[in-house]
Design a protein around this ligand. Structure first.
Ligand code: RBF
Length: 350
């Protein structure tokens, strides 16, 4: 069996017929129960922190409006071989009206579990699955997010960018927790394409950590990338991201943060933060799940033009540490993308 860390449950009382919608009928005399299945651990992974944050907000809001809701967080840990049986056990318990999870490997696991427990409903963020009437997926266009990161990286690595940590070589780094289809087919090519849109001569040094937690090894890999000329590293490595920051801080080079705002983890080192609005979409979909109006079976893929992929221009570190020339070029690029004046095609995502 698996060992779960049950972090928190909330119990409230009274009302609630939210059996509307086409999707789900939950008896009105018991609280709506949500299980959050975290494939890994919450702390250090922006994507999971946002999932949990969004569900919590939805629970708070439902609660405030008098709808009783319970939720529990299950951290399934880093042994991916255990995830299918852990998820099966969670569904088998029959305790949850909705199981919420996140990452591109979960649709396959969830699909198999629905085969065994056809009444279980799922919300899968950061994953894609069509035509399963028990499963809602919301996916953020990772080619677009990575393209933005690559474009900013391209502006910074330019030897004339005005950043003191930019060296003479036109080279970026990408650190991945592991290789997986979204990394290989969307993030890595999107990052390279974004950099090339600034300057076709820019190269990307791609390294794989092999897990989502080892900060020491992440620091070693980033030191090695810096040694080969990378002055900006995009890090997508969960808990390993902290190691990327320390290596870059030591060397006076830069990190681009991904998924959420990360400037405060390393002011002056974390030089940009691309965003997916996973928290907002988790909130909205969970609330709809509680209210019985979530459109299960209808997958969504959202990007920059939907306001679901973006960049944190607001944090003060952005202005403090990026020279005006870089900011102007990047903001113009982003503006043109947002308004549709400029477009780039994403490859077929799924
Ligand atoms: N991202 C994290 O930040 N932390 C993780 O622990 C994590 N584990 C993952 C496990 C698998 C099997 C896969 C396919 C992806 C994982 N990701 C993780 C990456 C995450 O889903 C997403 O692609 C990135 O956060 C970029 O948006």
């Amino acid at each position: 069996m698996y060992s779960y860390l049950v972090i928190l449950g909330i119990f409230l009382s009274t009302i609630g017929v939210f059996a509307g919608g086409s999707s789900q009928v939950v008896p009105e005399n018991k609280p709506f129960a949500i299980g959050i299945f975290v494939p890994g651990v919450v702390e250090g992974s922006p994507t999971y922190e946002m999932m949990v944050g969004g569900v919590r907000k939805a629970v708070e809001e439902a609660t405030a409006s008098g709808r009783p809701v319970d939720y529990q967080i299950f951290e399934a840990g880093f042994n991916q071989a255990e995830w299918p049986s852990s998820m099966t056990s969670l569904a088998a318990s029959g305790a949850y009206d909705l199981i919420v999870t996140s990452n591109p490997s979960m649709p396959e696991i969830v699909q198999a579990v629905v085969g065994q427990f056809p009444n279980q409903h799922f919300l899968v963020l950061d994953g894609y699955l069509a035509d399963n009437p028990r499963v809602k997926t919301i996916y953020f266009n990772q080619y677009e997010q990575a393209f933005l990161a690559g474009y900013l990286g391209g502006l910074i690595t330019n030897p004339t960018s005005g950043l003191s940590g930019a060296n003479s070589s036109k080279r970026l780094g990408l650190l991945a927790g592991q290789e997986y289809p979204v990394m290989n087919d969307q993030i890595r090519p999107g990052f390279s394409a974004g950099a090339s849109a600034v300057d076709a001569d820019i190269e990307v040094d791609f390294r794989v950590l092999g897990n989502w937690y080892d900060g020491g090894k992440a620091a070693d890999l980033v030191r090695s990338m810096i040694g080969s000329g990378a002055d900006v590293v995009l890090t997508i490595a969960g808990g390993g991201n902290q190691g990327a920051i320390s290596a870059a801080a030591e060397a006076g080079t830069y990190v681009i943060w991904y998924d959420a705002s990360g400037y405060t983890y390393g002011p002056g080192t974390v030089i940009g933060s691309t965003l997916v609005l996973q928290e907002q979409f988790a909130y909205r979909a969970t609330l709809q799940g509680i209210q019985g109006t979530l459109d299960y079976g209808v997958p969504e893929i959202l990007g920059i033009s939907d306001g679901a992929v973006g960049f944190d221009f607001e944090s003060p570190e952005y202005r403090t540490f990026l020279p005006p020339g870089v900011r102007d070029s990047f903001e113009l690029f982003f503006e043109e993308l947002s308004t549709g004046q400029k477009k780039f095609e994403s490859p077929n995502l799924f």
